[in-house]
Design a protein around this ligand. Structure first.
Ligand SMILES: Nc1ncnc2c1ncn2[C@@H]1O[C@H](COP(=O)(O)OP(=O)(O)OP(=O)(O)O)[C@@H](O)[C@H]1O
Ligand SMILES: Nc1nc2c(ncn2[C@@H]2O[C@H](COP(=O)(O)O)[C@@H](O)[C@H]2O)c(=O)[nH]1
Length: 197
């Protein structure tokens, strides 16, 4: 058996800083679960995405998203500043590359909350990432949550539900599925997957 070099200790694979990607259909509760988890564990670093979507009431630039113009998004993409990006229901969204890589290099676990297309791109470029799918308890409950949130007009809800059917069908591509029946339970399970504790 090979000896452990002096000054180092064997690190079990699960103790390494990990890139966790949380995806799932619009309205399933990704932001709610992540916010709940980070209230107790603010040390979980969540990437702030850039988007061309307009802010919802209460959303702050640099906190919930970097709200950018179409031209700014074009530049971010052209300059290779995004780790991944996608068009979703009429807007573009992308993950700023440098901030994520800096955190990972510093040994900190990183969480991305992104759509299916983005998750697939991360799987290609960073195969070590753990992909977690957040599923609704049922289709009807997903529709209730998305509609009940009251943030999108009916035609945008329709677009998001069309995307949701595609996203639900892609669940087998993910490493893990969590069913969002209870925010508290899922937040605890997600925390365990991020390797923070
Ligand atoms: N476990 C749950 N039980 C009941 N309602 C929930 C649960 N989780 C989230 N919700 C509610 O569902 C709605 C959608 O949640 P949220 O905005 O977090 O979804 P999301 O997946 O982040 O959506 P999007 O991808 O569109 O940003 C919110 O009104 C939220 O309060
Ligand atoms: N591919 C990416 N998807 C992202 C990113 N940031 C957010 N999202 C996803 O977009 C939809 C819609 O979000 P909303 O805030 O408008 O409701 C949702 O699935 C998010 O997870 C990103 O950087 N890249």
């Amino acid at each position: 058996m090979a000896a452990t070099p002096r000054g180092t200790s064997p690190v079990p694979p699960d103790a390494r800083p990990r890139l966790t990607v949380l995806s799932g259909p619009s309205g399933v509760g990704k932001s709610t679960v992540v916010a709940h988890m980070r209230k107790e564990h603010p040390e979980v670093w969540l990437s702030v995405s850039a988007t061309t979507r307009k802010p919802r009431p209460g959303e702050q630039h640099g906190v919930h998203y970097f709200f950018v113009s179409d031209e700014e998004m074009d530049k971010l993409i052209a300059n290779g500043e995004l780790l991944e990006w996608a068009e979703f229901a009429g807007n573009r969204y992308g993950t700023p590359r440098t901030a994520v890589l800096e955190r990972l290099e510093a040994g900190e676990p990183v969480l991305l909350e992104i759509d299916l297309q983005g998750a697939r791109q991360v799987r290609e470029s960073m195969p070590e990432a753990r992909l977690v799918f957040l599923a609704p308890p049922s289709w009807d409950e997903l529709v209730r949550r998305l509609t009940g949130r009251g943030t999108e007009p009916p035609e945008v809800i329709e677009r998001r539900l069309t995307a949701a059917r595609v996203e639900l069908a892609a669940e087998p591509e993910f490493d893990q599925t969590l069913v969002n029946t209870s925010v508290e339970d899922v937040a605890r399970e997600l925390l365990a997957l991020t390797n923070v504790v």
